[in-house]
Design a protein around this ligand. Structure first.
Ligand code: ZN
Length: 110
């Protein structure tokens, strides 16, 4: 596959970015200090926000995991091919979403 270095660079950038997100989300998910001043409504808000943050954290962790797998496979012969149908994934798509190792068609069906 051509442009391997470009792709590697792109994936490494994305890994760094995602690692920072994970750290940030983990920070936000830390248990609150008990705070008597907080009202019932804002406590509900805090709980809602927390589940949103936890969902984002899980997503970011998953993405990071996938990116590492993709990076490890970059030297494989079949790198850049859709995991489902085996068609080549266009370079542009790999650069935009390196964590998705599926072509547009298969991605839609998953
Ligand atoms: Zn496919």
């Amino acid at each position: 596959m051509d442009n391997k270095e470009e792709i590697r660079q792109r994936i490494e950038d994305e890994i760094l970015k995602t690692e920072m997100q994970v750290t940030e989300y983990r920070e936000l998910c830390k248990p609150d200090e008990p705070d008597c001043a907080i009202g019932r409504v804002s406590r509900m808000d805090a709980i809602n926000n927390r589940s949103v943050t936890e969902a984002s954290l899980r997503k970011a962790e998953e993405k990071l995991n996938t990116l590492n797998i993709v990076l490890a496979k970059i030297d494989d012969d079949d790198f850049g091919k859709c995991l489902r149908c085996g068609n080549e994934i266009p370079l542009g798509r790999i650069l935009i979403r390196p964590e998705s190792m599926h072509c547009v068609n298969c991605d839609r069906r998953i």
